[in-house]
Design a protein around this ligand. Sequence first.
Ligand SMILES: [Fe+2]
Length: 170
Amino acid sequence: MSTTESTHTRAVAAADVVRSTLDEAAQATVRDRLQPLLVDLIDLSLTAKQLHWNVVGPSFRALHEQLDEVTDQYRLWLDSVAERMTSVGIAPDGRVQRVAGDSPADPAPESWAHQSVVVEAMADRIQAVARATRDRLDGLGDVDVASEDLLIEILDGLEMQLWMFSAQQA
Ligand SMILES: [Fe+2]
């Protein structure tokens, strides 16, 4: 057996032994709602760090620090989302290839970015993820109230971030 086959066989076996209190249909619903949110939060965490490094302008200091604060928040949330999935027997996929392939967002600026561009980019992304989180909440509580509770907490936090970035566009 090749190394690839051996690794694959072990992965399949692991999927069978992680117990879940959800039936397969409920697991599929939770996977459909949480996996894309995991991708969105990894993308947001990487984007915020990229902009933390590349922001320029008179408000550099405040934005540089604000972007690190939201990065820390995304990292906490994405871990909670991934581990909510594992807690009901679903393997999360946080690989860079999956995130790059699945994220609907445009790439962050490659190099130096003026503060106005940074604020608009963050507000746009956060708004998109908050809206998607609202959509993903629809009916989720019917199959898993714990996942619903986590998404409500994340939605609340995202909308607070949206307020703080969009207020800087005035
Ligand atoms: Fe830093």
